[in-house]
Design a protein around this ligand. Structure first.
Ligand SMILES: [Zn+2]
Length: 285
């Protein structure tokens, strides 16, 4: 006899790695109301971390909790005072509060100009203003400050089932990036994945100094934008160009950047979101 299963796709709140995990439906049937907490041991989702995934009774993920059996020194030693310092907060602080993937997703939303909302039921301990400042600091002119991270208030008295409330919000805000303070991404409105953002965040995490971290990220973003603006001038100078030739030209001229299919998709997304939809019509398949 085979047992019915529900497939969850949790994403590690610490490193962002995601994996499909089948859970017997009977686990969810034990409860008809509220949440279920499922412990994900080390190795089941990513290689390094264990955590708890919180799901509603229909098997919809609504958040994560970290398990710190050996609380790392790094996290313990994040003094609250440092957070108030001029270069905002260390990247690790943001990741601890919002989860790795939400931090990467917000970077994507700011860079590519998508609305983003934190769905929260109570005051979060990161202010929207600090969060906006942090990300705007990473994005160069004239693209900074162009879109604000905002919030949606979630009242759990009126909506005892968060999964249901999230589906209401996603129906209403179909093109926005939505996440919650429980380290869960509720909706990603873009099709490109977050390899680029994940890569630069991990690279920045190799440094401890918040100033150095933000410099690494903003330097990378500046280069990406410069590359994209160069791509724009190429398109402006032609009537039509095949995608293959476009990629080849970029790869030849941008000696510091490897133009692969993924980078091409990101560049096109930037041009579409930030420059002109019509310009992209010059690219022939
Ligand atoms: Zn992990």
């Amino acid at each position: 006899m085979t047992e019915e299963i529900i497939v969850l796709r949790p994403a590690c709140p610490k490193c962002g790695v995601s994996k499909v995990i089948p859970i017997p439906k009977s686990v969810f049937a034990q409860k008809t109301f509220g949440f279920i907490k499922i412990q994900v041991p080390q190795g089941a989702c990513c290689e390094e971390h264990q955590f708890i995934v919180i799901a509603d009774t229909k098997g919809r993920i609504i958040g994560y909790e970290a398990i710190d059996l050996s609380v790392s020194k790094e996290e313990e030693e994040l003094p609250e005072l440092e957070i108030k310092s001029e270069v905002k907060f260390p990247l690790q602080y943001l990741i601890n509060k919002l989860g790795f993937n939400s931090v990467a997703g917000l970077l994507h939303a700011k860079l590519f100009k998508y609305d983003s909302f934190i769905i929260k039921s109570s005051e979060t301990d990161i202010s929207l203003e600090d969060l906006n400042d942090y990300y705007d600091y990473l994005i160069p002119e004239p693209y900074k400050n162009s879109i604000k991270i905002d919030s949606v208030d979630y009242d759990d008295q009126i909506f005892p089932n968060p999964g249901y409330f999230y589906s209401l919000v996603t129906n209403q805000k179909t093109k926005a990036f939505l996440f919650n303070p429980r380290k869960h991404i509720v909706q990603m409105p873009w099709r490109t994945n977050l390899y680029y953002e994940t890569h630069i965040i991990n690279f920045a995490l190799e440094r401890k100094d918040p100033k150095e971290q933000t410099k690494i990220i903003s330097d990378s973003i500046t280069r990406f934008i410069n590359d994209s603006e160069f791509a724009k001038t190429i398109l402006e100078g032609v009537k039509k160009i095949t995608e293959k030739d476009f990629m080849k030209t970029l790869d030849e001229k941008l000696t510091l950047t490897t133009i692969n299919k993924y980078r091409m998709a990101l560049t096109k997304e930037f041009l579409r979101r930030r420059v002109s939809v019509d310009l992209l019509k010059k690219i022939k398949k």
